[in-house]
Design a protein around this ligand. Structure first.
Ligand code: PHE
Length: 344
């Protein structure tokens, strides 16, 4: 019986040695240590042994069982380690490979320009207002001293939605809306950025949709020199201290007198070059003193209140500031163009 046990141990150990996966190993375990296995059988037959033999065989059976269990465990660990190593190898990360670049977005150039303009006017005490892009004929034209059939309506070809509704052609209706909101008895000092629409054919300098920033200051004793002072401050802060401004007489139905403002050309500093078409100056906005009729229609007494207004085009301003040569760049959304103006 002892020989049999020794033989079983040798056999089992050889099989364990030969096992080449966990499944084979489990078969050996069941085969030798299982309930129906030979060792269990030996232990079960112990009753038939003599009193002297019994402890000796019992101990040996236990040792054999322990040896087989230990060998099984050891081999199992080897398999597990191998499996782990293989998994690690398969999942290995090559830290020397170059990383994938993370592309960061940024505000659109026009958004940045408008924000910059807003910040500048907020710094001078203006509040920022908004108005609807689908506007009534009344606010877009009539409240701005442009009654039906007024020839100056032709200055701005419009997209009509119905007889009385149109896509606003400028941000000036927000002048009338804000004065209406303030009910004729409070000063108004606001700017209004926003999209506007005109029936134009798109080319390098025209777009059927573009942006404007309107400005309006109504109070007692607001004078033309205030307009000039505010715009001068804007031009120098925005374009640089060395830039000069000049006001030229112009016409808008809602301002009287009306002006157009030029800034000195940054390329030639007023001497004349191809950028400023040899004039030394570049036009950047329109403005003037709010027409008394416009004040009156909005509920302000022109005998007590006066004001100035202006309207500028952020596209044009961005084009001048950054040398952009085609207004369509703002709307075709070519990443190569836009990414140049993302600030880190
Ligand atoms: N609304 C005018 C335009 O679109 C600009 C302007 C605004 C002129 C305010 C005078 C005062 O051309």
């Amino acid at each position: 019986m002892q020989d049999k046990l020794q033989a079983l141990r040798e056999e089992a150990l050889t099989k364990i040695n030969e096992a080449d996966d966990l499944k084979a190993l489990e078969a050996v375990r069941v085969g030798y240590l299982g309930k129906k296995g030979p060792i269990t059988e030996v232990l079960r037959g112990m009753g038939k042994l003599s009193a002297e033999e019994r402890p000796v065989v019992g101990e040996l059976a236990n040792t054999v069982r322990a040896a087989i269990t230990e060998a099984l465990e050891a081999k199992k660990q080897v398999f597990e380690e191998e499996a782990l190593n293989e998994q690690l190898k398969a999942e290995a990360i090559d830290v020397t490979l170059p990383g994938r670049p993370v592309t960061l977005g940024g505000p659109h150039l026009l958004t940045s320009i408008v924000t910059e303009i807003e910040d500048l006017f907020i710094g001078m005490g203006f509040e920022v207002k908004e108005g609807p892009e689908v506007e009534t004929d009344y606010y877009n034209f009539e409240a701005l001293n442009l009654p039906k059939d007024h020839p100056a309506r032709d200055m701005q070809d419009s997209f009509y939605v119905t007889e009385e509704l149109l896509m606003r052609t400028h941000t000036s209706p927000v002048q009338a809306r804000t004065m209406g909101e303030y009910k004729g008895n409070k000063p108004v000092k606001m700017i209004c950025p926003g999209k506007v629409y005109r029936r134009d054919t798109d080319d390098a300098t025209h777009s059927h949709q573009f942006t404007q920033v309107e400005g309006l200051y109504v109070d007692k004793n607001v004078r033309m020199s205030d307009l000039k002072g505010v715009l001068n401050q804007f031009a120098k802060q925005f374009f640089g201290e060395e830039r000069e401004i000049r006001l030229r007489p112009s016409f808008f139905p809602f301002t009287e007198p009306s002006v157009e403002m030029d800034i000195s050309c940054k390329v030639c500093h007023g001497k004349g070059c191809s950028v400023c078409k040899q004039t030394g100056w570049i036009e950047i906005l329109g403005g003037g003193m709010v027409h008394p009729d416009v004040l009156k229609m909005a509920g302000y007494d022109p005998e007590i209140y006066s004001g100035f207004a202006f309207g500028m085009g952020p596209e044009r301003i961005a084009m001048l500031k950054y040398g952009v040569d085609d207004i369509r760049h703002f709307y075709t959304n070519d990443q190569r163009f836009l990414a140049q103006y993302h600030q880190a």
